[in-house]
Each structure stands twice: as structure tokens, then as C-alpha cells.
Design a protein around this ligand. Structure first.
Ligand code: G3P
Ligand code: MG
Length: 248
């Protein structure tokens, strides 16, 4: 299976949930996506110090929680108590750092789709991939479309391909590289998730010709989204997915 087999309808993925309306990577941000009729959610996965997979973008807790310091230094017992919403707005003070398991159950219960971006803290690639995929496989029904796995980390994708060859994998790239074919093949991935700013019609044409599915991040301008989709991008990651979907 590859990202090409998914129906992205609408072709918009809520980036860290709907992070323009709720604190990123919280269940409140997932709920916004459901309320707005957005089927797909992208979220970032890291491990706590004691190896519990959680939703978290940064290597440190400071920006998006009431905690401080590296995510990799805190046990789940402590992290689970942090306020993950007040930084965004005091009305979200009850939000906690979600467990991967909670995010997956929310996705399944609401008949949604999920892109798990493996974002290992430094030196924790193997553990992050293994724990995440083993835990996800325990929860995920065999007859439900699998999660889309992605990472900037080539090693993470290779490990994921060994654990779950049938789960689609996307290589994240934050810049243009002429050797993208080699990078894709070294990562054992089937799609490219490309920073939108560096995409052009000519570059997209290379991917389309090679039949490599491309997703583009982060696109908040509806006109730019239309252009990218017109060039053949399968879906865009957006902080305001409803606005994008409405304009298409
Ligand atoms: O997966 C797309 C996008 O989320 C990658 O960048 O930093 O927002 O995780 P970042
Ligand atoms: Mg991400």
C-alpha cells in the first residue's frame, strides 16, 4: 500500500490537528478536525523518558506545555499531569499531552484517518519507531485503512518498513534535493512529504512522471493549495484545513 491508494477527500490534512483553532497535538485539536469535516490528521510522536509514546512536536516541553526541559527527560507519570492547552488559550487549560493510544482510539472511533510522524528525540530513533508501531498495531484493526507513517529520519522509516511492510511510509523533506530518488529508495518509503515552499511546477512534474505520490506542508493559503493540487500534489497539510477545503 502507498499514499497513492488513499482517498484524500477533501485533499487536506489537519496539521497537528486544527492548530489554528486549538492547541496543537491535543485531543481538542483532533475534535476540531472532526467538527470541521476534515478526515485526515497529522500528528508528531515522541517517547517520554520511560518509553511511553505521546503526541509532541518539539524536543522540549516549554513551548506547548506547562513543563520545562527535554521531553526525553520526563516520565509519563509527570508529563501526563502537564497543562498542554493554556499556552494557546486559558479555555484549553484542561488539555493534557495525549498518549498515542488515545489519539489512535479517537481516530478509529470517529472513522477518521491518521498520519503518524515519527519525530524521535536525539538518539532515540529505534525505540521510538518500535514502540510506536508495536503499540499502534495492537490497537489498529486489520480491516481498517492503516496509519500513514512518515518521518524526516531515514533510519526510522527503514525500521518501520521492516516492522510493517504493508503500512505506507512517507519521507519528509524540508528542502529540494536533486537526488530525491536515492533518498526515497534508501528510506524504503513510497511517498514524499515535501515542504511546499520549495515546490515548483517543474519539480512536481518530476514526481508525477515518476509516479511518486507527493503531499505538501504547510499550506495555509487556499490559492497556493489549489495550485499545488493542480500540479498533482495529493493533499496538503494545513493549520486551517476548513478554509482550504471550502475554497477547493
Ligand atoms: O508532516 C508534515 C509536517 O508536520 C512536518 O513538519 O515540523 O510540522 O512536524 P513539522
Ligand atoms: Mg509534523
Amino acid at each position: 500500500m502507498s499514499a497513492a491508494d488513499f482517498l484524500f477527500l477533501p485533499p487536506v490534512i489537519a496539521h497537528r490537528g486544527v492548530r489554528s483553532q486549538a492547541p496543537e497535538n491535543t485531543l481538542a485539536a483532533f475534535k476540531k478536525a472532526r467538527e470541521e469535516g476534515i478526515l485526515w490528521i497529522e500528528t508528531d510522536i515522541k517517547l517520554t523518558h520511560d518509553g511511553v509514546p505521546v503526541l509532541m512536536h518539539d524536543d522540549t516541553l516549554d513551548r506547548t506545555t506547562s513543563g520545562k526541559g527535554p521531553v526525553a527527560d520526563m516520565h509519563w507519570a509527570e508529563m501526563g499531569k502537564l497543562d498542554a492547552g493554556s499556552w494557546f488559550n486559558p479555555s484549553f487549560a484542561e488539555e493534557r499531552v495525549p498518549l498515542l493510544a488515545e489519539a489512535l482510539r479517537y481516530t478509529l472511533d470517529n472513522n477518521m484517518r491518521i498520519n503518524l510522524e515519527l519525530k524521535p528525540c536525539p538518539g532515540r530513533t529505534q525505540a521510538t519507531v518500535m514502540v510506536t508501531l508495536i503499540e499502534a498495531a495492537k490497537i489498529w484493526p486489520h480491516d481498517y485503512p492503516p496509519p500513514l507513517i512518515s518521518s524526516f529520519d531515514t533510519e526510522a522509516l527503514v525500521i518501520a518498513s521492516r516492522l510493517h511492510p504493508d503500512w505506507p511510509r512517507g519521507l519528509l523533506l524540508d528542502d529540494w534535493h536533486d537526488d530525491w530518488r536515492d533518498r526515497l529508495s534508501k528510506a524504503n518509503a513510497d511517498s514524499i512529504h515535501m515542504k511546499a515552499d520549495v515546490l515548483s511546477a517543474e519539480r512536481m512534474h518530476q514526481f508525477v512522471k515518476a509516479e511518486v505520490p507527493v503531499l505538501a506542508y504547510t499550506v495555509n493559503d487556499p490559492l497556493r493549495a489549489k495550485e499545488l493540487l493542480h500540479w498533482g500534489v495529493r493533499a496538503v497539510f494545513s493549520d486551517n484545513p476548513k478554509e482550504i477545503a471550502k475554497a477547493l
